[in-house]
Design a protein around this ligand. Structure first.
Ligand code: CMC
Length: 447
């Protein structure tokens, strides 16, 4: 990192401050403004971090204009075609794809941690059965720090590695438990001779009455969903994990904060919101009502948005959305659902939006959530579990980003400042002495 360029800020009466300009491997250069307040007494103002790089990172790179996504330099398309989710986890955590021997060792290490403490199922019983699975999952992930407090020293590499393995290994078990609990069905223990994703599908869909048949095409499709969601640089939930972790709290607490953030409909909750939107549109008349629906999402007064469209960083087709659409074809084909009315409606809606000047001029394209709901629904995953699936996958990225932060020599507690526009200093008015009730007054004078 480094560049010889400097930037100069001129302000006030002939004052100026000089800032170094730093360059990464690829992507825009950044203005290093760390000395701004010290030199000028001013802060920067950037709500939503539209122009702020909050950290240095070697993990994920996005070129939003070109629609490029790289994990540790590898294009997402190549990872989705040639790797599985555990290769991707290894890559995110360690920086390189595993050799066959490293992969074997990593799978064994993950398998050692797939079970959760038996008492977690009693903890789970405290939740209402009709609670949203994300509410349950936020609680369960946070509670891991109560069950696994033997390796919480964030300054110990060994402890950090154990926590990372525990999180990646236990998330499928916890997500499946939260689903089974909502159904009133027994939990299934992990089966370590299955692949990571096959094991998850079995824990989700098996029941004690019959043997669960795994379908390789569907397992591969879900594994690909995990790969596509594994990391996405400094998005809202990842920044939440970093900010929360910057106080020195334990990784389970920091990742529970990430799960809570991901739940929101502008972030990971968008796949659930998108499927609900398509289902509502279908009920209201489907393709016939597209014009009316598009007019509504274009009207700022309606407060409605075309869910699964638009992205803070991508101003081009989200590369994950392309892969997700392919996966959608594969899954629907395998299940004989090529004529799925929701998929047809989604494609028709996408076409109309991509030809509409409102979306074209604002560079609003489908994002990863647009098709992922349709794939997940076809896989038998209920809508309320969609964000839980996203959390499971994103845990790999969160923990890799948290590890990177903890070992960064420039790491500091995150502490943004503000532009205060409340009242200036003022004095509390003098309080009048309270009038005494008549009976008390009489008593007081009697003494
Ligand atoms: N439908 C209709 N209009 C939209 C949409 C949409 N989905 N997204 C943005 N716009 C409009 C917005 O009204 C604004 O118009 P104007 O300039 O006239 O005020 C303009 O486009 C810019 O929008 P913004 O809200 O300033 O953009 P942002 O970068 O702050 O928001 C976003 C990004 C993803 C929150 C937003 O596009 C959105 O709400 N999309 C729908 C929710 C969604 O699909 N979220 C998933 C994101 S991808 C998965 C993830 O990372 O979790």
């Amino acid at each position: 990192m480094g560049s010889n360029t400097k930037a100069v800020l001129n302000y006030g009466d002939g004052k100026s401050v000089e800032f170094p300009v730093l360059g990464g491997t690829i992507g825009p250069e950044v203005l290093d403004i760390r000395s701004l307040y010290g030199k000028s007494g001013m802060f920067t103002y950037d709500p939503g971090f539209m122009s702020t790089a909050s950290c240095q990172s070697k993990i994920t790179y996005i070129d939003g204009d070109q629609g490029v996504l790289l994990y540790r330099g590898y294009p997402i398309e190549q990872l989705a075609a040639n790797c599985d989710f555990l290769d991707t986890c290894y890559l995110l955590l360690k920086g390189e794809l595993p050799t066959p021997a490293q992969k074997k060792e990593f799978v064994q290490a993950i398998n050692q941690h797939t079970m959760v403490h038996e008492q977690m199922q009693f903890f789970m019983r405290g939740f209402r059965r009709d609670a949203h699975p994300m509410a349950v999952l936020t609680g369960l992930v946070g509670a891991l720090s109560a069950f696994y407090h033997d390796a919480l020293d964030i300054n110990s590499l060994r402890d950090r590695e154990i926590s990372a393995l525990r999180l990646i290994a236990k998330m499928p078990t916890l997500v499946a438990m939260s689903y089974k609990y909502s159904l009133g069905q027994p939990y299934f223990y992990p089966k370590n001779d299955l692949s990571y994703t096959a094991n998850f599908m079995r824990m989700m869909f098996a029941n004690p009455c019959e043997e669960y048949q795994l379908n390789d095409v569907l397992v591969r499709a879900l594994d690909r969903i995990f790969i596509l969601h594994a990391d996405h640089e400094q998005n809202a939930s990842t920044s939440t994990v970093r900010l929360c972790g910057s106080s020195g709290t334990n990784p389970f607490a920091a990742i529970a904060a990430g799960v809570a953030c991901l739940w929101g409909p502008a972030h990971g909750g968008a796949n659930e919101a998108c499927l609900n939107m398509l289902q509502r549109l279908q009920i209201q008349g489907g393709v016939e009502k597209l014009g009316e629906f598009i007019a509504k999402v274009k009207d700022p007064a309606s407060g409605a948005r075309l869910m699964g469209f638009g992205h803070r960083v991508y101003k081009n087709y989200d590369p994950r959305a392309k892969l997700m659409r392919e996966t959608c074809y594969e899954v629907l084909g395998e299940l004989g659902l090529q004529d799925d009315p929701l998929f047809k409606l989604a494609m028709a809606l996408e076409k109309v939006a991509l030809e509409d000047d409102y979306f074209v001029s604002r560079k609003l394209y489908p994002n990863v959530d647009y098709y992922s709901g349709i794939v997940q629904k076809a896989l038998g995953i209920p809508v309320a579990m969609f964000t839980g699936i996203f959390s499971l996958a994103r845990t790999a990225g969160w923990i890799a980003q948290w590890q990177e932060m903890i070992t960064d020599p420039e790491y500091k507690i995150g502490r943004p400042r503000q532009l205060y526009n409340g009242p200036a200093r003022r004095d509390v008015p003098a309080m009048k002495p309270k009038a005494m009730p008549a009976a008390k007054e009489a008593l007081a004078t009697a003494h």
